[in-house]
Design a protein around this ligand. Structure first.
Ligand code: TMP
Length: 240
């Protein structure tokens, strides 16, 4: 894993500069915010999204993969199709970015341009944490960065997420919760071992070195976690 960290640090060393430049270029008319909520399977993210939906009817909620009819088809393919477990890491990376491109074009950007906040259940932070780190595919990092630049290209009027809120907890607690969750149809993603969960957790930490992430301690009651999320949204002036 140490080798992977060094490799990723080298490959993404330009990312922070890009982020600074991106922030400087953000202009007037960009009041609407694009926020990604993420975490390991079993992090309680689904419960938190439901609590937010109930409280914030004015916000546009979406999810990845998914959000639009076509992106939901990609979700069925990559997540729920019985053959999905046979997909290669590169194929997974391409399919998750394909779903993201579709959702950006047809849902996220139109909503942001209409002045609405967009809250997304997962985003590119998941592709980084799951495909690059969880699946130990550091050599796909250049490709990840190229796709990221295209899909979030500001020169074609796109934006990247303003903030990532990551629900963090010990990998073994998350895995146990995911396995015990009777409301969730188990997919090939849920059958991963503890090492995979640990790499995904580390992946989110690494992602935070380059892009704006707020971590929330998710090993608490749903109400406590929700209060922390609301505090972050208020502090960042996303909500009053
Ligand atoms: P969920 O929407 O129920 O959390 O399931 C989505 C699954 O897909 C979850 O196991 C995480 C995984 N995933 C990736 O591996 N890469 C990605 O880029 C995204 C968005 C999700």
């Amino acid at each position: 894993m140490a080798g992977l960290y060094a490799f990723l640090a080298f490959r993404a060393s330009g990312a922070y500069c890009c982020r600074q430049k991106f922030n400087l270029l953000k202009g007037i008319g960009m009041e609407s915010k694009y926020i990604v909520f993420d975490g390991m399977d079993g992090s309680g993210k689904g419960t938190q999204m439901e609590l937010l939906k109930k409280k914030l009817p004015e916000v546009v909620f979406t999810r990845e993969p998914g959000g639009t009819p076509f992106a939901e088809e990609i979700r069925n393919l990559v997540r729920d199709n019985p053959l999905a477990g046979q997909s290669t890491p590169l194929n997974n990376l391409l399919l998750f970015w394909a779903a993201r491109e579709e959702c950006m074009h047809n849902l996220v950007m139109p909503a942001l341009k209409a002045g609405k906040h967009v809250f997304s259940d997962r985003g590119d932070s998941s592709t980084f944490a799951f495909q690059i780190c969880g699946e130990e595919q550091g050599e796909l990092m250049d490709f990840f960065m190229s796709l990221r630049k295209l899909v979030f290209a500001e020169n074609s009027g796109r934006r990247q997420p303003d903030l990532y809120i990551v629900f963090d907890l010990p990998a073994e607690v998350a895995r146990e919760r995911a396995l015990q969750d009777a409301s969730r149809t188990k997919t090939h993603f849920d059958l991963r071992n503890i090492g995979y969960y640990e790499r995904v957790r580390d992946g989110f930490q690494m992602f935070a070195g380059w892009w704006p992430v707020e971590f929330v301690d998710a090993d608490r009651t749903p109400e406590e976690v929700h209060n922390s999320v609301m505090k972050i949204l208020a502090t960042k002036a996303i909500l009053d």
